[in-house]
Design a protein around this ligand. Structure first.
Ligand SMILES: Nc1ncnc2c1ncn2[C@@H]1O[C@H](COP(=O)(O)OP(=O)(O)OP(=O)(O)O)[C@@H](O)[C@H]1O
Ligand SMILES: [Mg+2]
Length: 238
């Protein structure tokens, strides 16, 4: 599969056209950003680790009946995907309070939530990706269809159940994660983008050591060591 023209360059990936109009190639970059790109960095090998981790997790979800954009891994940093029209919502699922939730609700870091909390954030960097509700989605004309919003929440909960168990078996606590969905050429809503330590928070089950992008956000060091450890655990017991 040949890489065609670059369609989009984001902070963590580049998207390329292919000779099939329904497929794109995602190239995973070593760049890291946080706090709406105010903090920038790069970590050698990060793109490769995220590409491999994402490929494994998309495959896992597909075996559990979750439709995703993942088609195949082309090489260490390139993934062949179904092209979708991205729904401009970041679907965040939280099992444990941390990050912006602790500030917004005034609850303590590390508190186990009584149920998986699903939140929507509007994907708009110029607004700082604000928290939105179902009615905001309709005002923004993201969709007028309540069933689509319910489907996103249902998929997020289902994915959470699958991933939480998968990671717990590997001594990792899935604290929270961000998903993006899109519509394929048939109008079907499928999971897209990536699932990696850039988009998830993982804490070691025994020590609560952070093994995700918080190491970069909080200057904790050993970013790629942590991502490598997540990949090692993802690949273990298979
Ligand atoms: N299968 C797909 N088809 C089309 N676009 C996709 C697909 N998967 C992911 N995308 C989009 O491709 C881009 C990936 O790049 P990246 O993750 O680097 O973006 P970003 O810097 O996070 O910015 P943003 O998500 O705000 O555009 C995102 O815009 C994402 O929504
Ligand atoms: Mg992104």
């Amino acid at each position: 599969m040949q890489k065609g023209v670059m369609l989009y360059e984001g902070k963590a990936k580049r998207l390329f056209a292919t000779d099939n109009g329904c497929q794109v190639i995602a190239e995973f970059k070593d760049d890291l950003t946080a706090f709406n790109a105010e903090k920038k960095g790069s970590e050698q090998g990060k793109g490769e680790l995220n590409c491999r981790i994402s490929s494994e997790l998309f495959t896992l979800l597909q075996t559990h009946g979750v439709a995703t954009h993942f088609l195949s891994c082309l090489d260490s940093t390139h993934m062949l995907c179904k092209k979708v029209s991205i729904i401009p919502i970041e679907v965040v699922t939280r099992n444990v309070a941390t990050g912006s939730l602790t500030k917004r609700l005034g609850i303590s870091e590390g508190r186990e939530l009584p149920f998986a909390l699903v939140e929507f954030y509007y994907k708009d960097d110029s607004l700082g990706d604000p928290l939105i509700n179902d009615e905001h989605c309709k005002i923004l004309d993201i969709t007028q269809n309540q069933d689509e919003l319910e489907f996103l929440k249902m998929q997020a909960r289902k994915i959470n159940t699958i991933l939480k168990e998968f990671f717990l078996e590997r001594n990792l606590r899935l604290i929270d994660f961000k998903l993006e969905f899109g519509k394929d050429e048939n109008g079907e809503i499928i999971l897209a983008d990536e699932i990696s330590p850039d988009s998830c928070r993982f804490w070691d089950k025994e020590t609560n050591q952070k093994l995700d992008k918080d190491r970069f956000r909080q200057n904790l060091g050993d970013v790629s060591v942590a991502y490598q450890e997540v990949l090692r655990r993802v690949l273990s017991k298979q």
